[in-house]
Design a binder for this molecule. Structure first.
Ligand SMILES: Nc1nc2c(ncn2[C@@H]2O[C@H](COP(=O)(O)OP(=O)(O)OP(=O)(O)O)[C@@H](O)[C@H]2O)c(=O)[nH]1
Ligand SMILES: [Mg+2]
Length: 229
């Protein structure tokens, strides 16, 4: 009788231990990344959202417009293809694609290896576009200075209430695709209120990478983040 009762409990304990040591290892590498970015005079941003919330579209515009005066670089993670790296590379910024295979998030080691492939001379900001996923990236520090969570008008106002960990970990929340908020019946004020309830620490910016509404606020925030000197 004892055996079948004990086995699942032991398995659960081991799973927790393995997960904890994975996260500890990631935190150590994230600290190394953070120090490396500091030494390079670089501020790193980790962009997280569900698939299709508009990370790459915002970065395409940012690298072209903001990147004109402030050199930037990007690392982008997807399960497969280098489509996003190709899109971002049109700006002529240094870009590295990470293909994770089946992993649903980036970890600090993947970012370190991708950064090895980039010529970061002169770059002041490093954008890290995470794999589209509103759950797993919450637990993985990449060594970023700022975590930016995107919530698009197409997803509904309730996502901060339903996926709290990622929003609690955000420094900034971008409400994206506000150009189509009306047609989608997306209540911008209600969404911002839900973010404030779950993540009172986060700065909220409503923007559209398509129409350009709100984009100056985003650029002001990036400008303030650029390391001095
Ligand atoms: N109307 C509108 N559409 C947008 C906006 N930003 C992105 N889109 C569209 O949303 C779709 C997804 O955009 P992406 O930028 O590829 O989204 P993503 O978050 O990078 O997606 P993944 O990398 O797959 O997670 C594309 O069809 C974009 O054209 C916006 O501001 N307004
Ligand atoms: Mg993308």
């Amino acid at each position: 009788m004892d055996e079948p009762l004990q086995a699942p409990a032991m398995k659960a304990t081991r799973t927790v231990e393995v997960r904890q040591s994975l996260l500890d290892g990631n935190d150590r590498q994230a600290a190394l990344n953070r120090r490396r970015f500091q030494e390079l005079g670089l501020a790193a941003l980790n962009l997280v959202s569900s698939p299709g919330a508009g990370k790459t579209t915002l970065l395409e515009r940012t690298l072209t417009e903001f990147g004109r005066t402030t050199p930037c670089a990007a690392v982008v993670g997807d399960l497969a293809t280098d489509r996003d790296a190709q899109r971002l590379g049109r700006s002529r910024a240094p870009v590295a694609q990470i293909t994770t295979g089946s992993a649903c998030h980036l970890d600090a080691g993947m970012v370190a290896r991708a950064v090895d492939r980039l010529d970061l001379a002169g770059a002041r900001l490093l954008f890290i576009e995470n794999v589209g996923n509103l759950v797993c990236p919450a637990s993985f520090d990449l060594g970023e200075r700022l975590r930016v969570v995107l919530l698009s008008a197409a997803e509904g106002e309730d996502k901060p209430l339903k996926y709290p960990p990622i929003f609690k970990s955000a420094h900034v929340v971008l409400l994206t695709k506000v150009d189509v908020a009306g047609v989608l019946g997306f209540d911008r004020a209600a969404a911002a209120e839900n973010v404030r309830r779950i993540a009172p620490q986060a700065r909220v910016i409503e923007l559209s990478a398509r129409s350009g509404e709100g984009i100056e606020q985003w650029y002001d925030l990036l400008g303030a983040l650029v390391p001095k000197g």
